[in-house]
Write a protein that binds this ligand. Structure first.
Ligand code: FPP
Ligand code: K
Ligand code: ZN
Length: 483
């Protein structure tokens, strides 16, 4: 087989570009050449990387230049060295791909959960998110979050609003995004004291005020109605095992609605766009973050094999999701004609776990997406030299991108399956579908590029916290009376 001649293992190569441009000229080498370094020939690991990039060759390249095509090209040029070489000097695994840099990320996460300077004041309303991203990243890496348990319960007891739900901190108005991040953080922390700090009755009233006559939910009182609201509301109702009937004071009752789920599936259905993706609200542009919210919402509403097909055009959605995976980068973008970004490893990559569960014909040995390409992007281009994960090379790492790159890595590495036989003791009541997920081993295609040491922890594919946190939380609140 012809192998591209390399001048040195470290020198940037223009050959890759030739491969991608379709102008590659391979030098013929005899099969007996095996002194890789001395001969200036790619090592077996490098050959594997080149073969991979060759397989990600862009089939059709538009020659007409636009601002979009220029910034795409610039991005590609910035990312390619990270896929082809090792500019960060990370230790490499057996496949020539950077190892998961566990210690570096652990050090970065300590800072995420530490104190903040005044420069972070604009993030004040996002405090529950920072806590969630930090804790979830830690559990993904197998780090112990127990030492933070008491502090988590205390932080959120202050952020809980007297009229129900959570704001960013003490005195802030309640918001469904803050509520979502706060509840997931508290579920991870676990413990009776944490659970008991949650006022389920005022929460029920708060979410009742968010329910709209058309079936959807607003994010806060007088705020925007979008698919994040639909997802966050269902996460809260389901995890806390709240009654499904709307409180008497819920404004949507005046329009004849009686349940949180009234009109919801149809509202999500309207968010599917003409091109198959899912948008924030009916008529908007599809985006990966909203695709996950839509699929997450439907996967709480019922078993994905029922709800996804009932409310979505699944083949069209599959086409749209597939189109989000970028070549040759391997990572995902969030919408058509936009750039690859590590956070979409989860927002789009995580959709596959829910979608594959809805397609019963998917045999255990097949997968709908290129898991390996995503893992390569995360490990090679998503990890920062100083710890933490990021959008792409040239960007700074942060808690958000660390959390969602790691969640995406988990989606790539495991087969998540929906199985009614899981947890027969819970989830038979309201919105109980998401309590029947399990992991059917790791992805074991012959194209894997991770060593066992690079494998991240499993994550519940709907809630994006550990399984145990999800199941213990629901089990606790199933033992409660109505309130
Ligand atoms: C576009 O940003 C991003 C959005 C329109 C959606 C962002 C929403 C989320 C990330 C998550 C919401 C989920 C919950 C559960 C609240 P951009 O234009 O900067 O990025 P792009 O160019 O990649 O589209
Ligand atoms: K982005
Ligand atoms: Zn991002």
């Amino acid at each position: 087989m012809a192998i591209p001649l390399r001048t040195s293992a470290q020198a940037p190569s223009s050959q890759l570009q030739e491969i991608l441009d379709g102008t590659d000229r391979f030098e013929e080498l005899s099969d007996t050449d095996n002194e890789y370094e001395d001969m200036g020939i790619a090592t077996p690991e490098e050959q594997a990387n080149i073969a991979y990039l060759d397989s990600m060759r862009i089939p059709i390249r538009e020659t007409y230049e636009t601002d979009t095509s220029k910034v795409e090209e610039k991005t590609r040029q910035a990312i390619l060295p990270y896929l082809e070489e090792n500019p960060n000097d990370f230790t490499l695994n057996a496949y020539g791909v950077p190892r998961l840099q566990r210690e570096l990320h652990a050090t970065m996460l300590k800072k995420v959960l530490g104190d903040y300077t005044h420069q972070y004041a604009p993030m004040d309303a996002s405090r529950p998110w920072i806590v969630y991203w930090g804790l979830q990243s830690m559990t993904a890496l197998g780090l112990d979050i127990y030492p933070h348990q008491k502090r988590i319960a205390h932080t959120f007891s202050l952020a809980q609003h007297p009229t129900g739900g959570y704001g960013g901190g003490f005195g802030q108005l309640p918001h469904l995004a803050c509520t979502y991040a706060a509840l997931l953080s508290m579920a991870m922390a676990g413990g009776t004291e944490t659970y008991e700090s949650i006022n389920r009755k005022t929460m029920w009233h708060f979410i009742g005020r968010m329910k709209q006559a058309d079936g959807g939910f607003t994010m806060c009182e007088g705020g925007e109605e979008d698919i994040r609201g639909a997802f966050c509301a269902l996460v809260a109702i389901s995890l806390l095992n709240l009654p499904l009937d709307l409180p008497q004071d819920a404004p949507a009752r005046m329009s004849g609605l009686t349940s949180f789920t009234d009109g919801l599936g149809d509202w999500v259905s309207q968010c599917q766009s003409w091109d198959g993706g899912i948008s924030a609200a009916p008529g908007n542009e599809a985006h990966g973050a909203y695709a996950f919210c839509g699929l997450g919402c439907l996967s709480i509403l019922g078993p994905p094999e029922e709800t996804l097909h009932k409310y979505l055009d699944v083949p069209l959605l599959t086409h749209w999701l597939s189109s989000r995976q970028c070549s040759p980068e391997g990572g995902y973008n969030g919408r058509t004609n936009k750039l690859v970004d590590g956070c979409y490893s989860h927002w789009v990559g995580g959709c596959w776990s829910l979608l594959e569960a809805s397609v019963s014909s998917t045999s255990p040995s097949t997968t709908l997406w290129n898991r390996t390409a995503l893992a390569r992007y995360i490990l090679a281009a998503g990890q920062d030299k100083k710890g933490g994960l990021k959008d792409k090379p040239g960007k700074h790492p942060d808690a958000y991108h660390t959390c969602y790159n790691l969640a995406g890595l988990s989606a790539a590495q495991y087969r998540y399956v929906y199985d009614e036989d899981v947890n027969k003791d819970i989830g038979s009541g309201n919105l109980g579908a998401p309590y029947h997920w399990k992991t059917n081993g790791g992805y074991a295609g012959d194209d894997v590029v991770w060593d066992p040491e690079d494998v991240i922890r499993t994550v519940h594919p709907v809630f994006i916290i550990p399984y145990r946190s999800v199941y213990e939380c629901r089990r606790y609140f199933e033992s409660k009376e109505r309130f």
